[in-house]
Design a protein around this ligand. Structure first.
Ligand SMILES: NC(=O)c1ccc[n+]([C@@H]2O[C@H](COP(=O)([O-])OP(=O)(O)OC[C@H]3O[C@@H](n4cnc5c(N)ncnc54)[C@H](OP(=O)(O)O)[C@@H]3O)[C@@H](O)[C@H]2O)c1
Length: 227
């Protein structure tokens, strides 16, 4: 039975990815920063297949503690989903520096630090997936919307490529994923995709790319996105 470790699963797409992988017959370990009654309900009905752990991805001490707690366990899939929005519809000059630091730490630096800390729990042939966004594509940035969020996901993409390069010897598939524009608290009520459709499609992409090695920036339809 395959085992997934999904980071940032209290709600939205992370919670959806947990539900989808359980439905596909995986064991899942899911981390949350904030207690989630929905995830706890899933745990109760999971016959032990879902384990919940605590993690704020920006807390290095918490990352070290989690790594210790996971000693001896293997995860075929490590999925870094946690992310945030800041500064949407606000001119860059008016965004507080603390928000700028927070979004880069949360969306770019911390996911890669967590992946580095947990990579020795991913066996040969496994997969590390980072939740990016099409807005992180520099090559397709023609309108500048959500520029701070865009920059944080572009930084994530750059760090994902560095992560893959640093682990070039590893038998590993590394993905940066765009889940579509989805009706979550981040995507908003007018977004075109519901969570179920997005996470089902993302899980299909993971299957399609399983064991292919290398790295790719792809959307939920498995279409390549320019970096
Ligand atoms: N929705 C979209 O249209 C869309 C499009 C492209 C990419 N994405 C990306 O998809 C991912 C999930 O987004 P979503 O739409 O599901 O957003 P969401 O509903 O706002 O959920 C964000 C998740 O990230 C967690 N999180 C944020 N900061 C964290 C931290 N420091 N430590 C641990 N967990 C943290 C949140 O936990 P708490 O409950 O503790 O806050 C929550 O579980 C994000 O990376 C986002 O950038 C979303």
């Amino acid at each position: 039975m395959r085992h997934a470790l999904i980071i940032g699963a209290s709600r939205g797409l992370g919670l959806g990815l947990v539900r989808e992988h359980l439905a596909r017959g995986w064991r899942v370990t899911a981390t949350v920063r904030t207690r989630s009654t929905e995830l706890e309900r899933l745990h109760e009905g999971s016959a032990g297949l879902l384990v919940i752990e605590a993690l704020d991805i920006t807390n290095p001490g918490g990352v070290a503690t989690l790594r210790q707690r996971l000693d001896g366990q293997w995860f075929d899939l490590l999925f870094l989903n946690a992310g945030m929005m800041a500064g949407r519809n606000v001119p860059l000059r008016e965004v507080p520096d603390s928000d700028i630091a927070g979004i880069f730490l949360t969306n770019a630096i911390s996911p890669v630090r967590v992946a580095d800390a947990l990579l020795d729990r991913v066996p040969s042939g496994g997969m590390v997936a980072f939740m990016s966004s099409i807005l992180g594509s520099i090559g397709t940035n023609d309108d500048g919307r959500a520029e701070l969020y865009r920059a944080s996901k572009a930084a994530l993409n750059s760090l994902v490529r560095s992560f893959r390069a640093r682990h070039v010897q590893a038998d590993l598939t590394v993905l940066a994923l765009h889940p579509g524009v989805v009706r979550t608290s981040m995507g908003g009520p007018g977004a075109p995709l519901d969570i179920e459709t997005s996470v089902r499609s993302v899980a299909d992409v993971l299957e399609a790319r399983w064991g292919t090695g290398g790295q790719a920036f792809v959307d939920y339809r498995n279409d390549i996105i320019p970096w």
